[in-house]
Design a protein around this ligand. Structure first.
Ligand code: TXA
Ligand code: MG
Length: 309
């Protein structure tokens, strides 16, 4: 439980250059004052993240977002109206007030209003935008509980706010509105078709987009457990001690972890299940390939990035 003192302490730390792990509905973030270059530098250092990978800036109101955006396109208004607070990050041209370090030198900034009452309240009290990547080491598994954060970064950050397990469970959908047409930079839990229907236009995906806005954070190998992870179909497991995340049939594994066959519920459990498998001292984590279909795109993306080879 988060107390009144915890909220005050988190806001105070952020205002004074501290690093605070914050609960959001997607994953836990490692928060710092987005306008404080030294604090942001510490975020990169603690994560071990190259400074070529831009950070998402979290806001508590549309006014705060507009104060950081050089342009606020009509599409941003439409999408914020529907999804904020929520698991959508919008990339828009940035104002000079946003330090280049936050955006890895890009002329754009990724903005998101998270749907977690604790973090919204902390941002409101601190009255500053909060840069927050996922609170894990670079290329590691994202945290969906405060315990995951403590295990990965515990000794190195100033405070961890425990807001309970994350509701959505995978990182936000990232869409760029900085160019002539919207481009999907990272799939999440929001169905792309829903965004296209709202905007009344097609949204290209990063791969298909020519000369698209760069998305340097989209490392091929990302979101990985320490243990090698393979994607399997039909229960064909590799040899050795295997942890198996399955949604259809259990198989002969040392550790079997049943997963939901519904994408919303699956996403919510994904990282916690991978953390559990990773902690089980197995040779390999096998994950049954989830069903096809556009509503699984965000989950497939994370699993493909986590898989070896
Ligand atoms: O759900 C989330 O988005 C979580 C929570 C904490 O909000 N945050 C998160 O941050 O996943 P991070 O740093 O792990 O991923 C940020 C991604 C980068 O990989 C990059 O692709 C994209 O957002 N991004 C941020 N700013 C961008 C920009 N200016 N241009 C293009 N892509 C950007
Ligand atoms: Mg991350």
């Amino acid at each position: 439980m988060v107390s009144e003192q915890d909220l005050e302490r988190a806001a105070w730390l952020l205002r004074n250059g501290g690093l605070v792990a914050l609960p959001t509905e997607t994953v836990y973030g490692l928060g710092a004052n987005a306008l404080d270059v030294e604090a942001v530098r510490r975020v990169y250092r603690v994560k071990g993240r190259p400074s070529t990978s831009p950070l998402i800036v979290h806001v508590a109101s549309i006014e705060m977002a507009r104060g950081l955006a050089l342009r606020w396109p009509i599409e941003a208004n439409i999408l914020a109206g529907r999804y904020w607070p929520g698991p959508l990050t919008m990339v828009v041209p940035k104002r000079p007030v946003v330090p280049d370090l936050v955006t890895a030198g890009l002329a754009t900034v990724g903005l998101r209003m998270p749907a977690h009452p604790v973090t919204l309240e902390v941002i409101r009290r601190a009255q500053i935008p909060v840069a927050a990547p996922s609170a894990n080491r670079f290329t590691g598994l994202s945290p969906t509980t405060a315990a995951h954060v403590a295990a990965a970064l515990g000794g190195e950050i100033d405070f961890i706010l425990d807001g309970g397990p994350c509701e959505v469970g995978i990182e936000s959908t990232v869409i760029s509105l900085a160019g002539a047409e919207p481009v999907l930079l990272r799939p999440g839990i929001i169905p792309l078709a829903e965004i296209e229907a709202l905007l009344e236009m097609p949204v290209r995906t990063q791969d298909a987009a020519e000369g698209a806005h760069p998305s340097p954070g989209l490392h091929p190998r990302h979101y990985s457990p320490r243990t090698p992870l393979v994607l399997v179909t039909g229960g064909a497991l590799p040899p050795g001690r295997v942890a198996y995340l399955y949604w259809s049939q259990p198989s002969d594994a040392v550790l079997g972890i049943p997963m939901p066959d519904d994408p919303i519920a699956y996403a919510r459990q994904l990282y916690a299940s991978l953390h559990r498998a990773d902690d089980a001292a197995v040779d390999c984590i096998a994950v049954e390939m989830p069903p096809g279909g556009p509503e699984w795109a965000g989950i497939r993306d994370r699993l493909e990035r986590a898989a070896v080879g």
